[in-house]
Design a protein around this ligand. Structure first.
Ligand SMILES: [Zn+2]
Length: 321
């Protein structure tokens, strides 16, 4: 995998219990592994992998919502480090632990946990030092929607000035409750629900047709494509935008050599991989933003012909080398 291309902030989003936390941990394992395999997986046996598996790697940091429970003095805000052993054992017992299960472990059941400004300050301090093992470091933020606004603003400052070799993996069940400025700093990975419905074949067909036209360098064909899309109903146009964002994410994971995070079924992998291989980091950034904006424009009833023409040309331009 081209780990240099990996975004320094990744937001895993899923329903509760859908495996987003284990997915984030498995990516953390890959980032920290000292003997990465060609196929984009961690070796599973090096000292780093063993430490990650037990959640004790010194360069793997956790931030989770906590609250004052019996043993902690009231003099300061509690932080994850106060409960680190409990968090590790709870996570190892059930890697897909739910928020309520965690509060039960914390014995604060009738209170909610929070990620305080003190927690963000804690991370800032840790980032001032070199990583313990001299390599990358990973900060997993579980349930960032529980961040206090002051914590969110501090985190935003960190995300705006990424530290090389430092990766933030956010695991959220309610990404809509995050600051939009934080969301926009992160590459989003939507972990499909357990009852996963594959994306509509029609979207793949429409998107692949556009990509083929772009790769063959034919702007006139791209215009025809936009005309066809403009004549479809508004609902199917919206469905195209939404599903395309997910497909672009699949391509992104493939381009990083992480097929397991693309959630594609094996039969679709070869075709998708061929497309992904021709896409650059810039393409992913530009087009993801562009589709997002397209969704909003459709909500506001912007002229579909204008919208799809400009979308198609953005695809065309960002795919020319
Ligand atoms: Zn390893």
């Amino acid at each position: 995998m081209r780990i240099d291309n990996l975004s320094h902030a990744i937001l895993f989003s899923s329903e509760e219990g859908s495996g987003a936390l284990p997915q984030a941990l498995s990516l953390a394992g890959y980032i920290l592994c000292s003997d990465k395999k060609e196929d984009g997986s961690a070796c599973g046996t090096c000292p780093s992998c063993r430490k990650t598996k037990n959640a004790v790697h010194p360069d793997l940091h956790f931030i989770v919502p906590v609250n004052r429970s019996a043993g902690i003095s009231a003099a300061r805000q509690p932080v994850t480090d106060d409960f680190l052993d409990l968090w590790r054992s709870s996570y190892l017992e059930n890697p897909d632990i739910t928020e309520q299960e965690w509060y039960k472990k914390l014995e604060i059941e009738n209170k909610q946990g929070a990620i305080s400004a003190a927690e963000a300050g804690n991370i800032l301090r840790k980032l001032q030092f070199r990583s313990f093992e001299g390599g990358a470091r990973v900060i997993i933020i579980w349930l960032p929607e529980r961040m206090h606004p002051a914590a969110a603003n501090k985190l935003l400052k960190i995300l705006e000035e990424p530290v090389p070799g430092t990766y933030f993996l956010l695991v959220s069940h309610r990404p809509d409750q995050l600051l939009p400025t934080i969301r926009s700093r992160c590459m989003l990975i939507q972990v499909p629900p357990k009852e996963y419905r594959p994306l509509p074949r029609e979207t793949y067909t429409n998107l692949e047709r556009l990509l083929d036209l772009c790769f063959s360098g034919k702007p006139s064909g791209v215009l025809d494509w936009a005309e066809d899309m403009a004549t479809q109903g508004r609902e199917s146009q919206k469905a195209f935008m939404a599903s395309s964002m997910q497909i672009i994410r699949q391509y992104y994971m493939l381009s990083l050599g992480l097929p397991s995070l693309s959630f594609l079924d094996p039969s679709s992998l070869p075709i998708a991989s061929r497309y992904a291989a021709r896409m650059s980091e810039t393409f992913f950034r530009v087009i993801y933003e562009r589709l997002n904006k397209g969704m909003e424009q459709l909500e506001r009833n912007v002229n579909a012909r204008v919208l799809f023409c400009s979308l198609a040309f953005d695809f065309f331009l960002s795919l020319q080398r």
